[in-house]
Design a protein around this ligand. Structure first.
Ligand code: BGC
Ligand code: NOJ
Length: 813
């Protein structure tokens, strides 16, 4: 069953039933001010850091799942009935409920007894605020007298502290109300220079104390002041400051009224905090004109148009037309959009990431680059330099860093031995996209230590050497705390409840090895060699290749199990991911990644490995992590065996690693298989089974329950996952084969047999390529012409004569 439909022309997913299986959400904001919003207006906002600058309060794991948000209520003064046009929180019997999640905005509304009301929520570009534009229309034959209420609950900034430290926090809350604008200024009197505000285009009455607004023992579904039809002008002293505005609405039949609400964040210079100086009153001089600008419907509309343009340009960098509608809308709209969400959020704030736990992952952020580098190259550059500056002098990496401070996160530390290589992968993706070689010469600190600067290129060398200095008994890379699979904790041996599997190292870690890291090392080593060669560093390139060759020999000798690649050796030197194992006999990661890296293409190993994936791991809902699932907890394996079979890393379908197999299949020239795997997990292609899938049909989820799970096919943890980048990369660069390379744009499609071809538009290094690929034969060899001239090979030369529009045709035979 479906809960809505795709409106591809408007780049929207339209939800037509409010009680979706899970809240289906969207992001607002793309620079510094962000919000998450569900299809029933649940969610919260923050400035830069979801933990430390939380603007509005949200309670995770609530009952029902999603309460707390940007709630609007309407009240009919004649009947005294009140309702929420967004369905939540009153859950009234509304008609024509519609939520349109679009690029950076969400519109939600409905009709109730002849009153139609829609609210458009978005964050304007270059501002630290969000706009709620409410329009109310009277479809009755008589005049309507209504009240409208808009409400938000403020968070006392540090979301972790806000949710725990009540003995203090019930005393600190402070607000000011001036000219109809509510200012939330808790802790402004002391060490904060920032405040939040909530303004209204037609202010009348307000409330700022939660209990007064809601009434005792009541929730957001039945606020007392709304029921009464009048706010009380309450001022919050401690407890829970909120912002609630009342607007008075008189509408003739068919008349529409518009209201604008603005929720925002502002920072003052320390020496200009108060106005007048020496008082305790917030200085509002710079923020007042901003509030006024967007409280006018014209100001709000203009900001919305700018946002629309921004997405038009951003998504316009790559647009494709293939015979498959699911591919088109994911590539052209939603998958690209999700990649931008992972760029902005990493793994911090969604409905499954609470915004208080994880900073930006080193591994994650580097991989995310694969999906967004073409859309925001200059911000990708900054991200790379930030990440590299947290690298340790050993070449190792903090597993995470905090976005506000841009420093490595000491709580979790380092020692995840795959981490450093992802920096090479990320930088290489950046170079291929931009050709901006200057980034390699940028001086970058280690561990943010002033004075420790070295060119970025040196950092990459240290990443590579990190593994060479950490080889195990078979000559394979030591795994450390974990590799890509955070739950394969071979040095952990945790028997204490509540310990983090990722942060405990109970062994010295000199035995357990990872075949996955070996494959990654070969892949990254070759990328690094290609970079060195281009810089004219022949000797270094040769050295890197020499080391990857040695590693290949080790993989062949100790990393191959006969029909597939082994996964690892544990702390006892026992095999993981081998026929010899009772459980966990065959794994996706080492096989997918080795094939992706081209390992075993020449001697049949890659072919065998990919066949083993099909035989042992592929299911109609995607490819599971391993088989057989672990039926019990294994002390020597760690978190992977902590999950019940079929969930998460214990034989769940990890949508992040499925693309490795897709790419592996393209390397074997098997376009049908690659595209088949792509379609199995494509959320749009799963829209019809929304009751089973449960997560949003427009974005990927991290995991779909595997075949061992009673809920086989059920997705969890949507939005913030490396799945976004990898699927985007697999379909665009390997299946459609529009591939960036150090020498230019390569065209090397490996598409399904039955496709007659496809077209694409790609803006690359300032040139717009119009690409048309036609299938004339069953194979993958392509004959290219560029502006009518045949070119040899797969790489389209970058025009040297100033041409900005280039026509490329490709004939597959
Ligand atoms: C999850 C992993 C995740 C890790 C991050 C584990 O509980 O299963 O998917 O990478 O936590 O800390
Ligand atoms: C999610 C983490 O963010 C990612 O870094 C990891 O690779 C996967 N889980 C697999 O464990």
């Amino acid at each position: 069953m479906k809960y809505g439909y795709f409106d591809d022309r408007n780049r929207e997913y339209v939800i037509t039933q409010p009680d979706t299986p899970l809240p289906w959400m969207n992001y607002l904001g793309c620079q510094a001010y962000f919000g998450i919003i569900s299809n029933t207006a649940g969610g919260y906002s923050f400035y830069r850091d979801a933990r430390l600058r939380r603007i509005s309060r949200y309670r995770y794991n609530q009952v029902p799942f999603d309460v707390g948000g940007r709630y609007i209520y309407l009240r009919d003064d004649d009947s005294t009935e009140f309702w929420s046009p967004s369905w939540q929180p009153t859950q009234s019997d509304i008609l024509e409920y519609t939520c349109r999640h679009g690029m950076g905005y969400t519109t939600i509304g409905s009709s109730y007894k002849g009153i139609e009301a829609y609210t458009r929520y978005f964050v304007p570009l270059d501002e630290n605020l969000e706009i709620w534009q409410l329009s109310v229309t009277n479809h009755r034959s008589t005049r309507a007298t209504l009240k409208g209420f808009a409400s938000i609950e403020f968070c006392l900034w540090d979301a972790q502290d806000d949710a725990t430290n009540f003995q203090r926090n019930f005393n600190t809350g402070q607000v000011e109300v001036e000219d109809g604008v509510i200012y939330h200024k808790t802790e402004y009197r002391e060490r904060r220079n920032h405040f939040a505000y909530f303004g209204c285009s037609a202010p009348s009455r307000f409330d700022t104390q939660r209990e007064t607004f809601l009434g005792r023992y009541r929730g957001w579904d039945r606020p007392k002041s709304v029921e009464a039809g009048e706010l009380t002008n309450s001022i919050a002293y401690g407890w829970s400051p909120i912002g609630a505005h009342q607007v008075n609405i008189e509408l003739d039949p068919q008349e529409t009224a518009q209201f604008v609400f603005v929720l925002g964040y502002h920072e003052n210079p320390v020496d200009k905090k108060f106005d007048p100086p020496g008082s305790q009153i917030v200085n509002k001089r710079t923020v007042k004109p901003v509030i006024a600008k967007y409280l006018s419907p014209a100001g709000a509309d203009a900001a919305f148009e700018k946002l629309r343009q921004y997405w038009e340009t951003t998504l316009g960098i790559l647009q494709v037309q293939t015979p498959d509608a699911h591919t088109n809308r994911m590539v052209n709209i939603w998958n690209a959009y999700q990649c931008m969400a992972t760029f902005n959020m990493s793994r911090s704030a969604s409905f499954y990431e609470s915004g208080i736990g994880r900073g930006l992952g080193f591994r994650d952020s580097n991989q995310d680059l694969l999906g967004f580098v073409h859309m925001v190259p200059s911000r990708a550059r900054e991200r790379i330099l930030d990440l590299a500056a947290t690298q340790l002098p050993t070449g190792g990496a903090y597993h995470q860093y905090q976005p506000l401070t841009k420093r490595g996160n000491n709580d979790i530390g380092g020692g995840f031995n795959d981490d450093p290589h992802w920096l090479i992968v990320g930088v290489s993706a950046y170079l291929k996209e931009t050709g901006d070689w200057s980034i390699l010469d940028e001086p970058v600190q280690y561990d943010n230590e002033p004075g420790s600067e070295e060119p970025l290129y040196e950092h990459l060398q240290r990443s590579f050497n990190y593994t060479l200095e950490r080889l195990g008994p078979h000559g394979l890379p030591l795994i450390g705390r974990a590799d890509w699979n955070d739950c394969l904790n071979l040095n952990c041996f945790s028997d204490t409840p509540g310990q983090s599997f990722q942060t405990t190292t109970n062994k010295d870690g000199k035995v357990a090895e990872s075949v996955f890291i070996a494959g990654l090392f070969v892949y990254a080593g070759r990328e690094l060699a290609a970079i060195a060669e281009r810089r004219g560093l022949e000797a270094e390139a040769t050295k890197y290749i020499g080391e990857t060759e040695k590693m290949l020999a080790v993989i062949n000798q100790h990393g191959w199990d006969g029909d597939w690649f082994l996964r690892a050796y544990d702390d006892f030197g026992a095999k993981i991911g081998s026929k010899e194992c009772e459980e966990g006999r065959v794994f996706i990661e080492s096989n997918g990644f080795c094939a992706l890296a081209g390992i075993g293409l020449d001697d049949g190993k890659a072919l065998k490995a990919m066949n083993a994936m099909r035989k042992h791991l592929a299911t109609p809902h995607g490819i599971v992590v391993q088989q057989p699932a672990y039926s019990r907890y294994y002390l020597q394996l760690g978190e992977i065996s902590s999950y019940p079979p079929g969930y998460k890393e214990n034989a769940g379908i990890f949508c992040h690693v499925n693309p490795w197999v897709m790419i592996g299949e393209t390397r074997l020239g098997r376009g049908d298989a690659a595209f088949d795997y792509y379609t199995r997990i494509n959320p749009s292609a799963r829209e019809e089974i929304s009751d089973l899938h449960r997560c949003e049909p427009y974005v990927y989820a991290q995991m779909i329950a595997g075949k061992d799970a009673p809920t086989f096919g059920e997705a969890k943890n949507s939005w913030l996952t490396g799945t976004a980048a990898w699927n985007y990369y697999a379909i665009t660069q390997w299946i459609l084969g529009i591939r960036t390379s150090l020498s230019g744009l390569e065209i090397a499609p490996v598409i399904p047999q039955k496709w007659s071809g496809f077209t694409a538009k790609r803006v690359f290094r300032g040139v717009t390529y119009s690409i048309a690929v036609q299938r004339k034969g069953p194979g993958n060899s392509i004959a290219l012409t560029v502006d009518g001239e045949p070119v040899a090979g797969n790489v389209i030369p970058i025009p040297t004569d100033g041409r900005k529009d280039v026509k490329v045709t490709g004939i597959l035979s």
